[in-house]
Design a protein around this ligand. Sequence first.
Ligand SMILES: Cc1cc2nc3c(=O)[nH]c(=O)nc-3n(C[C@H](O)[C@H](O)[C@H](O)COP(=O)(O)O)c2cc1C
Length: 368
Amino acid sequence: MNTAKIFTPFKLGAVALPQRIVMSPLTRCRAGEGRVPTALMAEYYAQRATAGLIIAEATSVSPCGYGYPNTPGIHTDEQVAGWKTVVDAVHAAGGMIFLQLWHVGRSSHSSYQPGGALPVAPSAIAIQKGKVLAADFSMQSYEVPRALLTEELPAIVAEYRSGAVRAKQAGFDGVEVHCANGYLIDQFLRSSSNTRSDEYGGSIQNRMRFPLQVIDAVCEVWGAARVGVRVSPSGVVNDMRDSDPLTLFGSFLGELSKRRLAFAHIIDADTGDIRHGAERLPFEKLRASFSGPVIAAGGFTPQTGIKFVEEGGADAVAFGRLFIANPDLPARMKQSAVAGAVVPYNALDEATLYAPGPKGYTDYPKMG
Ligand SMILES: Cc1cc2nc3c(=O)[nH]c(=O)nc-3n(C[C@H](O)[C@H](O)[C@H](O)COP(=O)(O)O)c2cc1C
């Protein structure tokens, strides 16, 4: 199995990967003052530079796009400078890194918003399930967001465009537009969070309009061959529901195919999602809706990831929690694929996922 396909090179759009083991975007809440990436973040990402591709954590393109403490942004010069140190460290270590562009929409809280305003969303529908961690670290109910006016949408598209420009200034190898996990773009896509009566709501065609405008704006900056899109068609996080998700995401992936993006990054439902009420959409059908390279993510083990690529389920696999705990994940996977080798994987420390500082961040050991 050490000659397994997952260890072989692959071209994702304009980007040549040495192998197909991708690091998932992972929010770790370690940005500094002004939501500027820090030297510690540079160290963390550089430690993981042997990933075929790193997709850096969700990063807000707008001051209104935050919904968690200490997540980074990409809308100020200081943030660009901070990200440049991260990108330079990854490049110096021989890696490649995309930035995930983000706006949380309604899953924010007024305590994160400029002037204490309400979070914005396609429609004035609050998330019912769960609580939001407010800026003072108290748990609060989600607020009813303010529905965006039609004439406000071009300014948000422009924020994504500026984020893409700034990501280029920081030296990233490309960008991934975050259309997954119930954040702003997903909120526009799904019928449960988008009940608009203008040309951005109603039919699937209309619900895809804002997401595609964002993606087209980002492609204008980067060229489609350096732009990926992440979707979570089976996801239920942040109260995501749709009346016909297979048709919706089939249509969306079809539109993305026309644009010849670098990749579609599709999150499959894992056992955790299913426990939370997700109905797993058939991955092979989703994959078939996209004509370009596909990265699969969600609950893969080294063994199932290797097998999935081997059998043609996807072109590459993204690992999240395994990469947090195992900075040298590709080497471990390769080693363990050698007949008879037993390679231990570090266990994840859940308590330090979003905690400040190096503990549970940069102190996971590499193989001895
Ligand atoms: C701590 C943590 C932070 C995450 N942050 C992000 C994020 O910023 N953007 C995103 O698209 N997904 C995020 N996710 C989802 C992961 O990218 C991934 O899809 C998920 O963990 C399932 O993959 P895994 O089973 O390999 O961990 C996060 C998951 C975890 C555990």
